[in-house]
Design a protein around this ligand. Structure first.
Ligand SMILES: [Cu+2]
Length: 503
Protein backbone atom coordinates (compact mmCIF):
# COMPACT_ATOMS: atom_id res chain seq x y z
CA UNK A 1 0.00 0.00 0.00
CA UNK A 2 2.56 2.50 1.13
CA UNK A 3 5.02 1.29 -1.55
CA UNK A 4 2.39 1.92 -4.23
CA UNK A 5 1.76 5.38 -2.81
CA UNK A 6 5.49 6.22 -2.86
CA UNK A 7 5.78 4.95 -6.44
CA UNK A 8 2.90 7.18 -7.57
CA UNK A 9 4.43 10.13 -5.71
CA UNK A 10 7.78 9.57 -7.48
CA UNK A 11 6.01 9.46 -10.85
CA UNK A 12 4.19 12.71 -10.10
CA UNK A 13 7.43 14.42 -9.05
CA UNK A 14 9.19 13.11 -12.19
CA UNK A 15 6.36 14.53 -14.33
CA UNK A 16 6.74 17.90 -12.60
CA UNK A 17 10.52 17.81 -13.26
CA UNK A 18 9.97 17.06 -16.95
CA UNK A 19 7.47 19.94 -17.28
CA UNK A 20 9.89 22.32 -15.52
CA UNK A 21 12.80 21.29 -17.81
CA UNK A 22 10.52 21.94 -20.79
CA UNK A 23 9.76 25.45 -19.49
CA UNK A 24 13.47 26.18 -18.99
CA UNK A 25 14.37 25.12 -22.54
CA UNK A 26 11.48 27.25 -23.84
CA UNK A 27 12.94 30.21 -22.04
CA UNK A 28 16.42 29.42 -23.41
CA UNK A 29 14.94 29.22 -26.90
CA UNK A 30 13.37 32.62 -26.55
CA UNK A 31 16.70 34.04 -25.54
CA UNK A 32 18.68 32.45 -28.42
CA UNK A 33 16.09 32.64 -31.12
CA UNK A 34 13.64 29.80 -31.64
CA UNK A 35 14.38 28.80 -35.20
CA UNK A 36 18.06 28.28 -34.72
CA UNK A 37 17.42 25.98 -31.76
CA UNK A 38 14.80 23.96 -33.64
CA UNK A 39 17.18 23.53 -36.55
CA UNK A 40 19.93 22.29 -34.27
CA UNK A 41 17.59 19.86 -32.51
CA UNK A 42 16.44 18.42 -35.84
CA UNK A 43 20.00 17.88 -37.02
CA UNK A 44 20.98 16.18 -33.79
CA UNK A 45 17.95 13.90 -33.82
CA UNK A 46 18.55 12.95 -37.44
CA UNK A 47 22.17 11.97 -36.74
CA UNK A 48 21.17 10.04 -33.64
CA UNK A 49 18.55 8.13 -35.63
CA UNK A 50 21.13 7.03 -38.20
CA UNK A 51 23.48 6.03 -35.38
CA UNK A 52 20.66 4.07 -33.77
CA UNK A 53 19.97 2.32 -37.08
CA UNK A 54 23.55 1.11 -37.36
CA UNK A 55 23.61 -0.20 -33.78
CA UNK A 56 20.15 -1.74 -34.16
CA UNK A 57 21.01 -3.65 -37.36
CA UNK A 58 24.34 -4.82 -35.97
CA UNK A 59 22.49 -6.01 -32.84
CA UNK A 60 19.92 -7.84 -34.96
CA UNK A 61 22.54 -9.68 -36.97
CA UNK A 62 24.54 -10.46 -33.86
CA UNK A 63 21.50 -11.94 -32.09
CA UNK A 64 20.59 -14.01 -35.18
CA UNK A 65 24.08 -15.52 -35.16
CA UNK A 66 24.16 -15.88 -31.39
CA UNK A 67 20.81 -17.66 -31.21
CA UNK A 68 21.18 -19.76 -34.36
CA UNK A 69 21.32 -22.92 -32.23
CA UNK A 70 17.76 -22.41 -31.07
CA UNK A 71 16.48 -22.16 -34.63
CA UNK A 72 14.98 -25.14 -36.43
CA UNK A 73 17.25 -26.91 -38.85
CA UNK A 74 20.52 -25.82 -37.27
CA UNK A 75 22.92 -27.64 -34.98
CA UNK A 76 21.12 -29.26 -32.06
CA UNK A 77 17.76 -28.59 -33.67
CA UNK A 78 18.29 -30.51 -36.87
CA UNK A 79 15.35 -32.69 -37.86
CA UNK A 80 15.40 -36.42 -37.12
CA UNK A 81 13.07 -37.43 -39.95
CA UNK A 82 13.51 -37.67 -43.70
CA UNK A 83 11.01 -34.90 -44.48
CA UNK A 84 12.01 -32.69 -41.51
CA UNK A 85 14.72 -30.85 -43.45
CA UNK A 86 12.14 -29.72 -46.00
CA UNK A 87 9.92 -28.22 -43.32
CA UNK A 88 12.87 -26.49 -41.68
CA UNK A 89 13.79 -25.21 -45.15
CA UNK A 90 10.35 -23.60 -45.43
CA UNK A 91 10.70 -21.85 -42.11
CA UNK A 92 14.17 -20.64 -43.00
CA UNK A 93 13.18 -19.47 -46.50
CA UNK A 94 10.42 -17.38 -44.92
CA UNK A 95 12.89 -16.08 -42.37
CA UNK A 96 15.41 -15.25 -45.13
CA UNK A 97 12.83 -13.29 -47.16
CA UNK A 98 11.55 -11.40 -44.12
CA UNK A 99 15.13 -10.61 -43.13
CA UNK A 100 15.85 -9.00 -46.51
CA UNK A 101 12.64 -6.95 -46.33
CA UNK A 102 13.35 -6.06 -42.72
CA UNK A 103 16.87 -4.86 -43.61
CA UNK A 104 15.82 -2.77 -46.61
CA UNK A 105 12.83 -1.14 -44.91
CA UNK A 106 14.81 -0.22 -41.81
CA UNK A 107 17.69 1.27 -43.75
CA UNK A 108 15.23 3.34 -45.80
CA UNK A 109 13.21 4.34 -42.77
CA UNK A 110 16.18 5.77 -40.89
CA UNK A 111 17.97 7.14 -43.95
CA UNK A 112 14.92 9.09 -45.06
CA UNK A 113 14.37 10.47 -41.59
CA UNK A 114 17.92 11.83 -41.88
CA UNK A 115 17.82 12.99 -45.48
CA UNK A 116 14.42 14.68 -45.26
CA UNK A 117 14.79 16.18 -41.83
CA UNK A 118 13.23 19.61 -41.46
CA UNK A 119 15.45 22.36 -42.91
CA UNK A 120 14.88 25.85 -44.16
CA UNK A 121 13.43 25.83 -47.62
CA UNK A 122 12.63 22.08 -47.60
CA UNK A 123 9.08 21.41 -48.52
CA UNK A 124 7.21 18.09 -48.48
CA UNK A 125 6.33 16.64 -51.87
CA UNK A 126 2.66 15.81 -52.45
CA UNK A 127 1.96 12.90 -54.81
CA UNK A 128 -1.71 12.14 -55.41
CA UNK A 129 -1.12 9.01 -57.46
CA UNK A 130 1.79 7.14 -59.09
CA UNK A 131 1.19 4.02 -61.14
CA UNK A 132 4.85 2.96 -61.14
CA UNK A 133 5.05 2.97 -57.35
CA UNK A 134 1.72 1.13 -57.03
CA UNK A 135 2.98 -1.51 -59.47
CA UNK A 136 6.31 -1.97 -57.71
CA UNK A 137 4.87 -2.48 -54.25
CA UNK A 138 2.19 -4.82 -55.51
CA UNK A 139 4.24 -6.96 -57.87
CA UNK A 140 7.28 -7.53 -55.64
CA UNK A 141 5.30 -8.87 -52.63
CA UNK A 142 3.15 -10.92 -55.04
CA UNK A 143 6.22 -12.60 -56.54
CA UNK A 144 7.75 -13.27 -53.12
CA UNK A 145 4.51 -14.65 -51.67
CA UNK A 146 3.97 -16.85 -54.73
CA UNK A 147 7.45 -18.27 -54.27
CA UNK A 148 6.75 -19.02 -50.58
CA UNK A 149 3.31 -20.51 -51.19
CA UNK A 150 4.47 -22.70 -54.09
CA UNK A 151 7.43 -23.92 -52.06
CA UNK A 152 5.03 -24.76 -49.24
CA UNK A 153 2.63 -26.60 -51.55
CA UNK A 154 5.45 -28.63 -53.09
CA UNK A 155 6.67 -29.58 -49.61
CA UNK A 156 3.13 -30.50 -48.51
CA UNK A 157 2.67 -32.71 -51.57
CA UNK A 158 6.01 -34.42 -50.94
CA UNK A 159 5.26 -35.08 -47.30
CA UNK A 160 1.58 -35.96 -47.23
CA UNK A 161 0.89 -38.63 -49.90
CA UNK A 162 -0.45 -41.84 -48.36
CA UNK A 163 1.47 -45.09 -48.61
CA UNK A 164 0.19 -47.85 -50.87
CA UNK A 165 0.05 -51.60 -50.35
CA UNK A 166 3.35 -52.17 -52.18
CA UNK A 167 5.30 -49.79 -49.98
CA UNK A 168 7.28 -51.23 -47.14
CA UNK A 169 6.00 -49.49 -44.07
CA UNK A 170 5.15 -49.99 -40.45
CA UNK A 171 1.70 -48.90 -39.42
CA UNK A 172 0.95 -48.07 -35.82
CA UNK A 173 -2.07 -46.44 -34.28
CA UNK A 174 -2.21 -43.70 -31.67
CA UNK A 175 -5.48 -43.13 -29.84
CA UNK A 176 -5.56 -40.03 -27.68
CA UNK A 177 -7.69 -39.82 -24.58
CA UNK A 178 -7.81 -37.68 -21.46
CA UNK A 179 -4.96 -38.02 -20.57
CA UNK A 180 -2.70 -40.37 -22.46
CA UNK A 181 -2.14 -42.29 -25.66
CA UNK A 182 -2.92 -45.92 -26.43
CA UNK A 183 -0.37 -46.95 -29.03
CA UNK A 184 -1.19 -50.09 -30.99
CA UNK A 185 1.37 -52.11 -32.97
CA UNK A 186 0.36 -54.61 -35.65
CA UNK A 187 2.45 -57.53 -34.33
CA UNK A 188 4.12 -60.08 -36.59
CA UNK A 189 1.49 -60.02 -39.36
CA UNK A 190 2.21 -56.29 -39.91
CA UNK A 191 -1.54 -55.54 -39.98
CA UNK A 192 -3.68 -53.79 -37.42
CA UNK A 193 -6.92 -55.56 -36.59
CA UNK A 194 -10.28 -53.87 -37.14
CA UNK A 195 -11.98 -51.88 -34.43
CA UNK A 196 -15.57 -51.04 -33.66
CA UNK A 197 -16.62 -48.49 -31.11
CA UNK A 198 -19.56 -50.70 -30.12
CA UNK A 199 -17.05 -53.23 -28.82
CA UNK A 200 -15.45 -50.76 -26.43
CA UNK A 201 -15.51 -52.25 -22.99
CA UNK A 202 -13.72 -50.48 -20.17
CA UNK A 203 -12.84 -53.74 -18.44
CA UNK A 204 -10.68 -55.31 -21.15
CA UNK A 205 -11.17 -53.59 -24.49
CA UNK A 206 -10.79 -49.85 -24.19
CA UNK A 207 -10.04 -49.48 -27.92
CA UNK A 208 -12.98 -51.57 -29.16
CA UNK A 209 -10.76 -54.10 -30.93
CA UNK A 210 -12.63 -56.79 -32.86
CA UNK A 211 -11.23 -60.00 -31.39
CA UNK A 212 -12.84 -62.16 -34.06
CA UNK A 213 -10.60 -60.50 -36.66
CA UNK A 214 -7.50 -62.68 -37.08
CA UNK A 215 -5.40 -59.56 -37.59
CA UNK A 216 -6.16 -58.59 -33.98
CA UNK A 217 -4.60 -61.72 -32.50
CA UNK A 218 -1.03 -60.43 -32.44
CA UNK A 219 -1.78 -56.70 -32.02
CA UNK A 220 0.08 -55.10 -29.15
CA UNK A 221 -1.26 -52.15 -27.19
CA UNK A 222 1.37 -50.27 -25.23
CA UNK A 223 0.45 -49.10 -21.76
CA UNK A 224 0.19 -45.42 -20.87
CA UNK A 225 3.81 -44.91 -19.85
CA UNK A 226 5.69 -47.40 -22.04
CA UNK A 227 8.24 -45.98 -24.44
CA UNK A 228 7.14 -45.92 -28.05
CA UNK A 229 9.83 -47.84 -29.91
CA UNK A 230 10.28 -47.44 -33.67
CA UNK A 231 12.92 -48.68 -36.12
CA UNK A 232 15.20 -46.20 -37.86
CA UNK A 233 15.10 -45.78 -41.68
CA UNK A 234 11.61 -47.27 -41.87
CA UNK A 235 8.54 -45.52 -43.19
CA UNK A 236 6.09 -45.25 -40.31
CA UNK A 237 2.42 -44.54 -40.87
CA UNK A 238 0.62 -43.42 -37.76
CA UNK A 239 -3.14 -43.71 -37.66
CA UNK A 240 -4.26 -40.95 -35.37
CA UNK A 241 -7.56 -40.87 -33.58
CA UNK A 242 -9.13 -39.77 -30.33
CA UNK A 243 -11.66 -41.20 -27.92
CA UNK A 244 -12.92 -38.04 -26.28
CA UNK A 245 -11.82 -34.50 -27.17
CA UNK A 246 -9.42 -32.98 -29.68
CA UNK A 247 -5.82 -33.97 -29.08
CA UNK A 248 -2.80 -33.46 -31.25
CA UNK A 249 -0.13 -36.00 -32.08
CA UNK A 250 3.08 -34.04 -32.03
CA UNK A 251 6.60 -35.41 -32.53
CA UNK A 252 8.63 -32.19 -32.57
CA UNK A 253 11.99 -33.77 -33.46
CA UNK A 254 10.42 -35.46 -36.49
CA UNK A 255 8.43 -32.39 -37.54
CA UNK A 256 5.20 -34.38 -37.29
CA UNK A 257 2.05 -32.78 -35.99
CA UNK A 258 -1.52 -33.81 -36.67
CA UNK A 259 -4.83 -33.37 -34.90
CA UNK A 260 -6.38 -36.39 -33.23
CA UNK A 261 -10.10 -36.00 -33.83
CA UNK A 262 -12.85 -38.14 -32.32
CA UNK A 263 -14.65 -39.98 -35.11
CA UNK A 264 -12.35 -38.79 -37.91
CA UNK A 265 -9.17 -40.84 -38.34
CA UNK A 266 -6.19 -38.81 -39.54
CA UNK A 267 -2.71 -40.05 -40.33
CA UNK A 268 0.86 -38.97 -40.75
CA UNK A 269 3.77 -40.65 -42.48
CA UNK A 270 7.34 -40.09 -41.52
CA UNK A 271 10.68 -41.83 -41.64
CA UNK A 272 13.03 -41.52 -38.66
CA UNK A 273 16.60 -41.16 -39.91
CA UNK A 274 18.55 -40.97 -36.66
CA UNK A 275 18.37 -43.36 -33.74
CA UNK A 276 18.07 -41.87 -30.26
CA UNK A 277 21.71 -42.80 -29.68
CA UNK A 278 22.87 -41.12 -32.91
CA UNK A 279 20.99 -37.96 -32.03
CA UNK A 280 22.56 -37.91 -28.57
CA UNK A 281 26.01 -38.20 -30.13
CA UNK A 282 25.25 -35.16 -32.29
CA UNK A 283 24.04 -33.12 -29.30
CA UNK A 284 27.27 -33.97 -27.54
CA UNK A 285 29.08 -31.50 -29.81
CA UNK A 286 27.29 -28.49 -28.30
CA UNK A 287 28.48 -26.97 -25.02
CA UNK A 288 24.96 -26.32 -23.73
CA UNK A 289 24.24 -30.05 -24.01
CA UNK A 290 27.25 -30.88 -21.88
CA UNK A 291 25.88 -29.04 -18.87
CA UNK A 292 24.50 -31.20 -16.04
CA UNK A 293 20.99 -32.49 -16.67
CA UNK A 294 19.89 -31.55 -13.17
CA UNK A 295 20.78 -27.89 -12.58
CA UNK A 296 20.71 -28.47 -8.81
CA UNK A 297 23.18 -31.33 -9.05
CA UNK A 298 26.49 -30.64 -10.83
CA UNK A 299 27.33 -34.37 -10.60
CA UNK A 300 24.32 -35.42 -12.68
CA UNK A 301 24.77 -36.76 -16.20
CA UNK A 302 25.28 -34.29 -19.05
CA UNK A 303 22.09 -33.28 -20.82
CA UNK A 304 22.92 -35.08 -24.07
CA UNK A 305 22.98 -38.41 -22.26
CA UNK A 306 19.49 -37.84 -20.90
CA UNK A 307 18.07 -36.69 -24.21
CA UNK A 308 14.99 -38.47 -25.54
CA UNK A 309 12.69 -37.93 -28.47
CA UNK A 310 9.21 -37.31 -27.26
CA UNK A 311 5.55 -37.40 -28.16
CA UNK A 312 3.49 -34.56 -26.80
CA UNK A 313 -0.15 -33.59 -27.11
CA UNK A 314 -0.18 -30.18 -28.79
CA UNK A 315 -3.82 -29.39 -28.05
CA UNK A 316 -4.82 -27.96 -24.71
CA UNK A 317 -7.17 -30.82 -23.90
CA UNK A 318 -7.78 -30.45 -20.18
CA UNK A 319 -6.00 -30.14 -16.90
CA UNK A 320 -3.98 -33.37 -17.29
CA UNK A 321 -2.83 -32.32 -20.76
CA UNK A 322 0.86 -32.23 -19.78
CA UNK A 323 0.80 -35.89 -18.77
CA UNK A 324 0.27 -37.01 -22.38
CA UNK A 325 4.04 -36.78 -22.89
CA UNK A 326 5.65 -40.05 -23.94
CA UNK A 327 9.22 -41.00 -24.68
CA UNK A 328 9.82 -42.13 -28.26
CA UNK A 329 12.82 -44.34 -28.80
CA UNK A 330 14.31 -44.85 -32.25
CA UNK A 331 16.45 -47.97 -32.49
CA UNK A 332 18.15 -50.01 -35.20
CA UNK A 333 15.99 -52.53 -37.01
CA UNK A 334 17.61 -55.44 -35.19
CA UNK A 335 16.96 -53.86 -31.83
CA UNK A 336 13.38 -53.19 -32.93
CA UNK A 337 12.83 -56.84 -33.87
CA UNK A 338 14.18 -57.92 -30.49
CA UNK A 339 11.95 -55.45 -28.68
CA UNK A 340 8.89 -56.48 -30.70
CA UNK A 341 9.47 -60.15 -29.91
CA UNK A 342 9.39 -59.31 -26.19
CA UNK A 343 6.02 -57.54 -26.39
CA UNK A 344 2.92 -59.48 -25.46
CA UNK A 345 -0.13 -59.44 -27.65
CA UNK A 346 -3.14 -57.89 -25.94
CA UNK A 347 -5.46 -60.65 -27.14
CA UNK A 348 -3.24 -63.42 -25.83
CA UNK A 349 -2.70 -61.80 -22.44
CA UNK A 350 -6.13 -60.43 -21.62
CA UNK A 351 -8.75 -62.07 -23.85
CA UNK A 352 -7.59 -65.59 -24.75
CA UNK A 353 -9.61 -68.27 -22.96
CA UNK A 354 -11.86 -65.77 -21.20
CA UNK A 355 -15.61 -65.56 -21.93
CA UNK A 356 -14.90 -62.68 -24.36
CA UNK A 357 -12.72 -64.95 -26.51
CA UNK A 358 -14.45 -65.78 -29.80
CA UNK A 359 -11.98 -68.68 -30.27
CA UNK A 360 -12.80 -70.56 -27.08
CA UNK A 361 -12.22 -74.26 -27.69
CA UNK A 362 -10.05 -73.65 -30.77
CA UNK A 363 -6.32 -73.73 -31.04
CA UNK A 364 -4.46 -70.87 -32.70
CA UNK A 365 -1.61 -71.43 -35.12
CA UNK A 366 0.78 -69.72 -32.75
CA UNK A 367 -0.30 -71.98 -29.93
CA UNK A 368 0.18 -75.09 -32.08
CA UNK A 369 3.66 -73.90 -32.98
CA UNK A 370 4.44 -73.10 -29.37
CA UNK A 371 3.28 -76.53 -28.25
CA UNK A 372 5.40 -78.21 -30.91
CA UNK A 373 8.44 -76.26 -29.76
CA UNK A 374 7.73 -77.06 -26.14
CA UNK A 375 7.39 -80.77 -26.83
CA UNK A 376 10.54 -80.85 -28.97
CA UNK A 377 12.47 -79.15 -26.18
CA UNK A 378 11.14 -81.60 -23.56
CA UNK A 379 12.01 -84.53 -25.80
CA UNK A 380 15.52 -83.25 -26.41
CA UNK A 381 16.08 -82.74 -22.68
CA UNK A 382 14.91 -86.28 -22.01
CA UNK A 383 17.25 -87.70 -24.66
CA UNK A 384 20.21 -85.66 -23.43
CA UNK A 385 19.77 -86.36 -19.72
CA UNK A 386 21.59 -89.20 -17.95
CA UNK A 387 19.05 -89.49 -15.12
CA UNK A 388 16.30 -92.10 -15.25
CA UNK A 389 13.62 -89.74 -13.88
CA UNK A 390 14.27 -87.25 -16.69
CA UNK A 391 13.32 -89.85 -19.30
CA UNK A 392 9.61 -89.25 -18.59
CA UNK A 393 7.88 -86.49 -20.53
CA UNK A 394 4.48 -85.10 -19.60
CA UNK A 395 2.17 -84.77 -22.60
CA UNK A 396 0.66 -81.51 -21.33
CA UNK A 397 -1.98 -81.11 -23.99
CA UNK A 398 -3.46 -84.60 -24.29
CA UNK A 399 -6.97 -84.72 -22.86
CA UNK A 400 -9.89 -87.13 -22.91
CA UNK A 401 -13.61 -86.80 -22.98
CA UNK A 402 -14.98 -86.71 -19.43
CA UNK A 403 -15.37 -90.16 -17.83
CA UNK A 404 -14.20 -92.02 -20.92
CA UNK A 405 -11.00 -92.93 -22.73
CA UNK A 406 -11.84 -91.06 -25.96
CA UNK A 407 -9.22 -88.49 -27.00
CA UNK A 408 -10.42 -84.89 -27.12
CA UNK A 409 -10.25 -83.17 -30.52
CA UNK A 410 -7.49 -80.78 -29.48
CA UNK A 411 -5.23 -83.63 -28.29
CA UNK A 412 -4.46 -84.53 -31.88
CA UNK A 413 -2.20 -81.47 -32.27
CA UNK A 414 0.04 -82.70 -29.48
CA UNK A 415 0.00 -86.26 -30.81
CA UNK A 416 0.77 -85.11 -34.38
CA UNK A 417 3.72 -83.19 -33.00
CA UNK A 418 4.80 -86.32 -31.11
CA UNK A 419 4.49 -88.38 -34.29
CA UNK A 420 6.83 -86.01 -36.11
CA UNK A 421 9.35 -86.11 -33.28
CA UNK A 422 9.34 -89.92 -33.09
CA UNK A 423 9.70 -90.17 -36.87
CA UNK A 424 12.75 -87.92 -36.67
CA UNK A 425 14.24 -90.01 -33.86
CA UNK A 426 13.80 -93.49 -35.32
CA UNK A 427 16.04 -95.28 -32.80
CA UNK A 428 13.89 -94.37 -29.80
CA UNK A 429 11.35 -96.72 -28.21
CA UNK A 430 8.80 -95.36 -25.78
CA UNK A 431 6.10 -96.33 -23.32
CA UNK A 432 2.84 -94.40 -23.14
CA UNK A 433 1.63 -94.24 -19.56
CA UNK A 434 -1.89 -93.32 -18.41
CA UNK A 435 -2.57 -91.96 -14.90
CA UNK A 436 -5.73 -90.91 -13.05
CA UNK A 437 -6.61 -89.10 -9.85
CA UNK A 438 -7.94 -90.93 -6.81
CA UNK A 439 -11.63 -90.19 -7.40
CA UNK A 440 -13.59 -93.42 -8.01
CA UNK A 441 -12.51 -96.97 -7.29
CA UNK A 442 -9.03 -98.28 -7.99
CA UNK A 443 -10.00 -100.94 -10.47
CA UNK A 444 -12.01 -98.56 -12.67
CA UNK A 445 -9.21 -96.00 -12.60
CA UNK A 446 -6.70 -98.62 -13.64
CA UNK A 447 -8.97 -99.70 -16.48
CA UNK A 448 -9.52 -96.10 -17.69
CA UNK A 449 -5.80 -95.29 -17.56
CA UNK A 450 -4.98 -98.40 -19.59
CA UNK A 451 -7.60 -97.61 -22.20
CA UNK A 452 -6.42 -94.03 -22.48
CA UNK A 453 -2.79 -95.03 -22.99
CA UNK A 454 -3.94 -97.64 -25.51
CA UNK A 455 -5.92 -94.98 -27.42
CA UNK A 456 -2.87 -92.77 -27.64
CA UNK A 457 -0.85 -95.69 -28.93
CA UNK A 458 -3.52 -96.47 -31.52
CA UNK A 459 -3.52 -92.87 -32.68
CA UNK A 460 0.24 -92.94 -33.17
CA UNK A 461 0.25 -96.24 -35.08
CA UNK A 462 -2.55 -94.92 -37.30
CA UNK A 463 -0.23 -92.05 -38.12
CA UNK A 464 2.29 -94.56 -39.40
CA UNK A 465 4.58 -95.17 -36.45
CA UNK A 466 5.99 -98.69 -36.10
CA UNK A 467 4.12 -100.54 -33.32
CA UNK A 468 7.33 -102.29 -32.23
CA UNK A 469 8.66 -98.95 -30.95
CA UNK A 470 5.58 -98.27 -28.82
CA UNK A 471 4.05 -99.82 -25.72
CA UNK A 472 1.28 -98.61 -23.46
CA UNK A 473 0.47 -99.08 -19.83
CA UNK A 474 -2.09 -97.82 -17.31
CA UNK A 475 -1.08 -96.96 -13.75
CA UNK A 476 -4.45 -95.81 -12.43
CA UNK A 477 -4.07 -93.71 -9.31
CA UNK A 478 -0.86 -95.37 -8.12
CA UNK A 479 1.63 -92.70 -9.21
CA UNK A 480 0.27 -89.25 -8.25
CA UNK A 481 2.40 -86.17 -8.89
CA UNK A 482 -0.01 -83.74 -7.20
CA UNK A 483 -2.14 -83.68 -4.03
CA UNK A 484 -5.37 -85.62 -4.58
CA UNK A 485 -6.95 -83.51 -1.81
CA UNK A 486 -7.15 -80.44 -4.04
CA UNK A 487 -8.76 -79.89 -7.44
CA UNK A 488 -5.50 -78.53 -8.78
CA UNK A 489 -3.57 -81.59 -7.60
CA UNK A 490 -6.16 -83.98 -9.04
CA UNK A 491 -5.90 -82.17 -12.40
CA UNK A 492 -2.13 -82.73 -12.33
CA UNK A 493 -2.62 -86.42 -11.59
CA UNK A 494 -4.95 -87.00 -14.54
CA UNK A 495 -2.24 -87.18 -17.14
CA UNK A 496 -0.55 -89.03 -19.95
CA UNK A 497 3.19 -89.48 -20.00
CA UNK A 498 5.75 -90.65 -22.45
CA UNK A 499 8.68 -92.61 -21.11
CA UNK A 500 11.78 -93.25 -23.18
CA UNK A 501 12.65 -96.95 -22.85
CA UNK A 502 15.67 -97.04 -25.14
CA UNK A 503 17.40 -94.59 -27.42
CU1 LIG B 1 -4.42 -34.08 -25.35
Amino acid sequence: MSTGFIAILILVILAVVVVQIGKISDLAAKIRGEEEVAQQANDTTAVWLVGFMVLFLIGTIWSAVYYKDVMLGYGPHSAASAHGGEIDGLFNATLGVTFIVFFITHVLLFWYSYKYRSREGNKAQFIAHNNTIELVWTVIPAIVLTFLVVKGLVAWNNIMPDVSEEDQYLEIEATGYQFGWDVRYPGNDGKLGTKDFRMINLANNSLGMDWSDDKSIDDIVLGGTDQIVLPVDTTVRVRITSKDVLHNFYLPHFRVKMDAIPGLPTYFIFKPIKTTEEYRQELRNYPEWNEPYDVEDPESLPRWKEFNYELACAELCGKGHYSMRRVVKIVTRDEYETWLAEQKSTYMTTIRNTEDDPRLGQLLDVEIKERAQELRADFKNALDSEKAEDKTILLRHVFYDTGSAGLSDLSKYELDNLTDILKNNSGVTVELAGHTDSVGDDATNLEISRNRAQNVLNYLTNKGLDISRLSSNGYGETAPIGDNGTEEGRAQNRRTELRIISQ
